[in-house]
Design a protein around this ligand. Structure first.
Ligand code: ATP
Ligand code: MG
Length: 246
């Protein structure tokens, strides 16, 4: 199987804080859909930030798409191919309107305005959110912001999607719609969630982060057929979080 992302003995701690990750090994292969669980504060979000180079390991290695990634420049291509939906939508959204927020990524990738606007339309339509297109981003509800955050990342057509607690603030019907959407996406997925029922429906295997280490969980998760890439996804360059400095 094609290894897209490999973390080997990754250690990390925030300055002046005890270590968060003490030797994490994780391999993500094309087409996999994995769940990442674990108690609050164990470093799940931190792990996703490390995967896209927004934080750097203190020790250990990250390989992505067949290459060792160490410096900021190495991670630019990674961030073009891995889309992270942050735990807090306010870290993702910073433009005045929904349309501008979603267009930002594609424009940053070098798309023309017409192409970017077409992607806005297509992504909002896919998520059934066209009615939010002209809305002022900061006035959206928590659940609306979460879905628009997902739209921002999907519009950049990444190969891997990292979703940090994507069901937070979603009502039951919207959560059902999200499950439906995720199960029809072609991307390889890593999903952090505390919602076991949701994870059972969208992922194939479960890992737990605890005490600085990651372990596979023998779980009753029933497999959901992974959607393979229909063809080569475009290689993209530049993403919003780079532009935002976050
Ligand atoms: N910027 C930061 N500076 C210092 N410490 C931080 C920072 N961000 C997170 N931490 C700490 O690092 C640890 C891991 O945080 P992280 O957000 O990765 O946990 P998590 O597993 O995602 O938790 P949750 O389930 O609550 O989202 C926590 O103890 C947290 O307080
Ligand atoms: Mg978190």
């Amino acid at each position: 199987m094609n290894e897209l992302l490999e973390l080997s003995a990754v250690h990390f701690g925030y300055p002046g804080q005890p270590p968060v990750l003490k030797g994490v090994d994780l391999t993500l292969r094309a087409g996999e859909r994995i769940a990442l669980t674990g108690p609050n504060g164990t470093g799940k979000s931190t792990l996703l930030l490390l995967c896209v180079g927004l934080l750097k390991p203190t020790h250990g290695q990250i390989r992505a798409f067949g290459q060792l990634r160490q410096r900021e420049a190495d991670f630019r291509e990674v961030r073009a191919r891995i889309g992270l939906v942050f735990q807090d939508p306010d870290d993702q959204l910073f433009c005045p309107t929904v349309q501008e927020d979603i267009a930002f990524g594609p424009l940053n990738q070098g798309k023309t305005l017409a192409e970017a606007l077409a992607l806005v339309e297509q992504t909002l339509s896919q998520l059934n959110l066209l009615h939010l297109k002209e809305r002022v981003t900061y006035q959206l509800s928590g659940g609306e912001k979460r879905l628009v955050s997902l739209a921002c990342v999907l519009a950049m057509q990444p190969e891997i999607l990292l979703l940090d607690e994507p069901t937070n603030a979603l009502d039951e019907a919207t959560c059902e719609r999200l499950i439906e959407i995720l199960n029809h996406l072609p991307q390889t997925l890593v999903i952090i969630s505390h919602d076991a029922r949701f994870l059972r429906r969208v992922t194939q295997s479960q890992w737990q982060l605890k005490d600085g280490y990651i372990l596979p969980l023998p779980s009753p998760l029933s497999p959901v057929p992974a959607h393979r890439h229909d063809g080569a996804l475009r290689t993209l360059s530049g993403i919003k979080m780079m532009g935002s400095g976050r």
